[in-house]
Design a binder for this molecule. Structure first.
Ligand SMILES: NC(=O)c1ccc[n+]([C@@H]2O[C@H](COP(=O)([O-])OP(=O)(O)OC[C@H]3O[C@@H](n4cnc5c(N)ncnc54)[C@H](OP(=O)(O)O)[C@@H]3O)[C@@H](O)[C@H]2O)c1
Length: 334
């Protein structure tokens, strides 16, 4: 079977490799992968920025969906033909995260999904929402579960105000989930065209952060001077100070991303004066994924993104690097 693998770091070094087809052992299943989606983490992993000590060669990507094609001895959760998606951390099934559960992330600790077939423990999969294609379901394991948990951290209710940053994978899922919960959603983006697209998906108001870097003031004005209830913080160091200024007293920053840097010191007094809650998010468990899938199935929600051909992995990564995408970037496998 074919896979893309990291043999040395860099997008242009990502290469096709021929790997043997493995038979699933006891408790394992083999999945014929239909589609894989990319996350910013995969880009960093491939460039050697996520873990410079990554064990190579390594098949990248945490997110894929496909069909069970073989089951090992003793497997009870799946049968051939089931349509499944992998869970990000193969050992985090339920409950709070622990150091043991945090081991076994796909496309990092172990080989990932950018392959025609993968063999995983039967516990490391969830059933896909039935109305979704493989391309759509492949977008869910990292970005969607992260956005789902970011919204949960903010206890978002109808009438809450949520702010999203940018229009990448996590942020567009956060927009969709926030709308499902009846929240008002503000968004910032570096592109007027992408803001228009986000508005067509339900964004209530948007601001271009390149033209208006003081987006924190805008967000406060948009909420009648109070500040927003929740920010799904993907910017990291470069946006944290403004995010703290943009939330209301007692508001929440769901700290998700690391997209930008800043020399500005962390505004510690603002955290306490505002009684701000900073809640770190690290994807989520299998239970979170399954709960989210129920909501997606019930509301027939459809992920947003663009699909590319199996041999276009490097082009897709370059699109992500240049932030020219909207929502998710997906490869159809095979
Ligand atoms: N903690 C977790 O479990 C977890 C899970 C998933 C992702 N993440 C992290 O979350 C971040 C986003 O991941 P992703 O996969 O959604 O990335 P992505 O699809 O590549 O989206 C990134 C988008 O963010 C926007 N952006 C870039 N710099 C920005 C800035 N300084 N301020 C505001 N927006 C900015 C751009 O959108 P515009 O062009 O519209 O501005 C860009 O397209 C990454 O840092 C990733 O590592 C963390």
């Amino acid at each position: 079977m074919q896979a893309w693998q990291i043999s040395s770091f860099g997008i242009d070094s990502l290469q096709f490799a021929e790997r043997p087809t493995s038979e699933p052992g006891p408790g394992q299943v083999r999945v014929k992968i239909g589609a894989v989606s990319f996350n910013y983490r995969d880009l960093m992993m491939i460039k050697g920025l996520y873990n410079p000590k990554l064990h190579l060669p390594r098949i990248p990507c945490s997110d894929g969906a496909g069909e069970v094609e073989a089951v090992g001895e003793g497997v009870t959760r799946w049968k051939t033909g089931d349509r499944v998606a992998g869970i990000f951390m193969q050992n985090w099934l339920d409950g709070p995260l622990t150091p043991v559960k945090a081991k076994g992330a796909l496309g990092g600790d172990i080989d990932g999904m950018l392959a025609e077939q993968v063999v995983l423990h039967e516990n490391g999969l969830v059933e896909m929402p039935r109305h979704l294609s493989f391309e759509e379901a492949a977008t869910l394991p990292c970005a969607a579960v992260t956005a789902w948990n970011a919204l949960a951290a903010g206890d978002v209710k109808p009438g809450s105000t949520v702010l999203i940053q940018g229009t990448g994978g996590v942020s567009i899922f956060a927009l969709q989930f926030a709308r499902l919960k009846g929240a008002r959603v503000l968004g910032i983006s570096g592109s007027a065209e992408k803001l228009e697209r986000a508005i067509s998906l339900g964004l209530d108001a948007g601001l271009n952060y390149r033209d208006h870097p003081e987006w924190d003031r805008w967000a406060v004005d948009e909420t009648g001077g109070d500040g927003v209830d929740l920010i799904v913080e993907v910017g990291g160091q470069g946006t944290l100070a403004r995010s703290l200024r943009a939330i209301r007293m007692g508001g929440t920053l769901a700290q998700v991303g690391v997209l930008s840097r800043s020399e500005e010191p962390l505004a510690v007094p603002t955290i306490l004066h505002k009684q701000a809650r900073i809640h770190g998010i690290y994807v989520g468990s299998r239970k979170d994924f399954a709960d989210m899938n129920k909501a997606i199935a019930l509301t027939r929600m459809r992920p947003v993104g663009a699909s590319y051909h199996w041999d276009q992995a490097r082009e897709v990564l370059k699109r992500m690097e240049s932030a020219s995408h909207f929502g998710k970037l997906v490869l159809t496998v095979g």
